[in-house]
Design a protein around this ligand. Structure first.
Ligand code: SAM
Length: 332
C-alpha cells in the first residue's frame, strides 16, 4: 500500500537523479532543484553507486512505489544506466529523461534492459536556437537520439520543451512537428523560475492553453495534476499528435495532486522539487533506516503552492507555520 501524506497524497512515484554532471548547460536549467549543473566531468565520488540506487528502489517498492523516472544532470553520462534499469524491481515501471545525445547506440540496450518510456528535451527545431538554449552544438545528435529511441521501440517518445520567452515563438512548429510524427508526443513545460531565477523569462502559460484550444481537434482532461491533453492533426494530411502542458507554477491543483518523492544524485530523499529544506540523507544507512527516512520524508511532505507558500495580496509568501521547519543541511 502506498504511503499517504497529511494532505491525502499517495506517493506512487520516485524521481531519481543519477548525477548532476551534464554535457549541456541549458540556460533555464533547475537541475532538479539543486541549482546549476556541473560541466562534463568524470564520475563524482558523491554519486550513488548502482547498488545504492537499487537498494533505494527495493525499499520504496515495499511501500507501493510503482514508477521510477531517472534524471540528472544527464543520466546517460552514467555508463551503468542499463545495468541499473535491468535491476529495477519487478512491477516498477522505469522511464528516463535525457537530452538524447547518448541515445544513438544505446537506445536498444536500454529498451532491452526494461526501459518503458523516454522523454527527450528538445526546445526548438532550429539548430541556432537550440545551440543558444542548451549552450551546445549537439542538435543533429539529439534528432538522431530521438530516432534511435523510436527505432528501439520506445515510442511514443515524449519531447520536453520548456516554454519561456526565448522559446515561446517555436511552440507552433513543435506542435506541427508532433502532429506530423505519430511516434512523437510533446510536453510543453512551463518555465519554473523558483530555482533557475530570471522570473522575467516566464510567460503567461494560459496564452498557450488558449492557443492550443483553438489548434486542437479534441481535448482530454486527465486527473493527474489536473493536466489537459490536446490532440492535433497536421495541416495538410491525416494523423494525430498529442500535446500536454505541464504548468506547475502557482498551481495549487498541481501540487495537491503531486505523487512523487525525489532522490538527489548523492542519495538524499527530497519531498519537493522547489524546496531545499526537506532533504533526508540515506548515505550509509541500513535498509531499516532508509525505510524510516522514506516514511519521514512522506510524512513531512506539504503541497508547495497553497500550503508551504500561500497567496497574500497577489504574492506567494512562505506560510508562517513552516518558519519553524527544521533546516536540514543539504549534505546532512
Ligand atoms: N538532462 C536531462 C534532460 O535534458 O532532460 C534530464 C535533466 S533535466 C533537469 C529534466 C527536465 O527538467 C527537462 O525536461 C527540462 O526540460 C526540465 N527543466 C529544467 N529546468 C527547468 C525549468 N527552469 N523550468 C521548467 N522545466 C525545466
Amino acid at each position: 500500500m502506498p504511503l499517504v501524506d497529511d494532505f491525502g497524497r499517495e506517493v506512487t512515484g520516485i524521481r531519481v537523479s543519477l548525477t548532476d554532471r551534464c554535457n549541456f548547460d541549458c540556460v533555464y536549467c533547475h537541475n532538479e532543484g539543486l541549482g546549476d549543473t556541473r560541466g562534463p566531468a568524470d564520475p563524482q565520488d558523491e554519486e550513488m553507486t548502482a547498488d545504492e540506487v537499487v537498494r533505494l528502489l527495493e525499499v520504496v517498492a515495499e511501500f507501493g512505489v510503482e514508477a521510477v523516472k531517472f534524471t540528472g544532470g544527464e543520466p546517460m553520462l552514467r555508463k551503468d544506466l542499463e545495468a541499473i534499469i535491468n535491476r529495477v524491481p519487478d512491477g516498477m515501471a522505469a522511464s528516463l529523461t535525457t537530452n538524447g545525445t547518448f541515445l544513438p547506440g544505446r537506445a536498444t540496450e536500454l529498451a532491452e534492459a526494461g526501459l518503458s518510456r523516454v522523454n527527450v528535451s528538445q526546445d526548438a527545431l532550429e539548430p541556432e536556437a537550440f545551440a543558444r538554449l542548451t549552450q551546445s552544438g549537439a542538435y543533429d545528435r539529439v534528432l538522431e537520439g530521438v530516432e534511435a529511441a523510436v527505432e528501439a521501440g520506445l515510442d511514443p517518445v515524449k519531447l520536453n520543451m520548456v516554454v519561456f520567452e526565448p522559446t515561446a515563438g517555436y511552440v507552433p512548429e513543435m506542435v506541427d512537428h508532433v502532429a506530423e510524427h505519430d511516434s512523437l508526443q510533446l510536453q510543453l513545460i512551463e518555465y519554473m523560475p523558483e530555482i533557475a531565477g530570471h522570473p522575467e523569462w516566464a510567460i503567461d502559460i494560459d496564452r498557450v492553453h488558449d492557443w492550443l484550444e483553438d489548434r486542437a481537434d479534441r481535448i482530454e482532461q486527465r486527473d493527474m495534476h489536473d493536466r489537459r491533453r490536446y490532440y492535433v492533426s497536421p495541416e495538410d494530411s491525416t494523423g494525430e499528435g498529442m500535446v500536454e502542458i505541464v504548468d506547475p507554477v502557482g498551481n495549487t491543483d498541481f501540487c495537491a495532486n503531486c505523487q512523487r518523492v525525489r532522490v538527489t544524485h548523492d542519495g538524499q530523499f527530497k519531498g519537493c522539487l522547489n524546496r531545499g529544506d526537506d532533504h533526508r540523507s540515506t548515505g550509509d544507512m541500513s535498509r531499516t533506516e532508509i525505510r524510516e527516512a522514506f516514511r519521514e520524508t512522506v510524512a513531512k511532505r506539504v503541497p508547495y503552492y497553497g500550503e508551504y507558500l500561500v497567496e497574500e495580496d497577489g504574492e506567494w509568501v512562505r506560510n508562517e507555520e513552516y518558519f519553524e521547519t527544521e533546516q536540514l543541511p543539504a549534505d546532512d
